[in-house]
Design a protein around this ligand. Structure first.
Ligand code: SF4
Length: 300
């Protein structure tokens, strides 16, 4: 938590600004006001961002992009709407293609007024966002202690965005080992996941309506293939992954055996699969320089 508070990473998106608020935001990030000296880092990758800074009103073209960036950010995350346009639509709110402020697309935590918003106000908004981020993180950690209240059920297409956000968080370590471009869970898009939800069995784990884990798999030739089991880091070592795997195996009832494959360097996942009764049975090359190891288990 100390690192997050001392060095939040922000991502900035211009939804349809006149550029006035963008220039002020960039002034904060560049040597003029230099928020980097306070530990705030600007990133171009939503998967690394804690705070989403949005300038400009939401219009038809920016809706999908705003939603896409937001969905890719790991939990916990906060959104700061910068300037009158991002807060309400501003002087453009009556335009035929404007839906209003950013909160017409995603939840907004901090509103920074002004036309254009002044750099001091933007920095103040980021400080308020940090407080909201800490509160959200504490709330999620508290949820991690409520393992008896975890509900397991089939995921639906409406869960796609939340699953995508969770998998971007859960596969970060793999991305560090292999490079993000080689980890399917990190490069998958929302439309691709929506299609996958119609083709495979997804079991979700929720606490108080929050998604904390997902297992997915499919049946083929009397084998249940376990494609992925992910759990939010705050819920590791609570038994959520084991229950998800059991529920997924139950949801594939007529299978004689189950099979799971992971990257050869994912030693923790390999040990976890072995604790669930899976045995290593082969290794092969998946992509140049990346080997995959396969585990199997007979149904008892
Ligand atoms: S609030 Fe003003 S300066 Fe900022 S994007 Fe809107 S019109 Fe431009």
């Amino acid at each position: 938590m100390f690192g997050l508070k001392q060095s939040p990473w922000v991502i900035h998106y211009d939804a349809s600004s006149c550029n006035g608020c963008d220039i002020e935001t960039l002034a904060c990030l560049t040597p003029g006001f230099d928020v980097e000296r306070l530990g705030v880092l600007n990133t171009g990758d939503p998967k690394h961002a804690d705070i989403f800074l949005v300038t400009g009103a939401a219009n038809e073209q920016s809706h999908a992009v705003i939603r896409n960036i937001y969905d890719q950010m790991p939990e916990p995350k906060v959104v700061v709407a910068i300037g009158a346009c991002a807060c309400t639509g501003g002087i453009f709110r009556e335009c035929y293609n404007i839906s209003g402020g950013v909160d017409t697309v995603i939840p907004v935590d901090v509103f920074v007024p002004g036309c254009a918003a002044r750099p001091e106000a933007i920095i103040d908004g980021v400080v308020q966002a940090l407080a909201a981020l800490m509160d959200r993180r504490k709330a999620m950690k508290a949820l991690g202690k409520n393992v008896d209240q975890v509900l397991y059920s089939r995921a639906e297409s409406a869960d796609a965005a939340r699953i995508l956000s969770l998998q971007k968080t859960a596969h970060q370590q793999e991305g560090t080992i292999y490079g993000e471009e080689h980890v399917p869970g990190l490069v998958q898009t929302l439309p691709a996941l929506e299609v996958e939800l119609t083709q495979r069995v997804f079991i979700k784990a929720t606490v108080n309506g929050r998604l904390v884990g997902v297992a997915r798999g499919y049946a083929q030739d009397r084998t249940g293939f376990i494609s992925d089991v992910i759990v939010h880091p705050y819920f590791h070592r609570c038994g959520v992954g084991r229950r998800l795997l059991e529920e997924l195996e139950k949801a594939l009832p007529d299978m004689n055996r189950f099979e799971a494959s992971i990257g050869d360097k994912c030693v923790e996942s390999a040990a976890w699969l072995q604790r669930q009764g899976y045995e290593l049975y082969k290794t092969d090359s998946w992509r140049p320089a990346i080997a995959r190891v396969y585990f199997q288990k007979e149904r008892k």
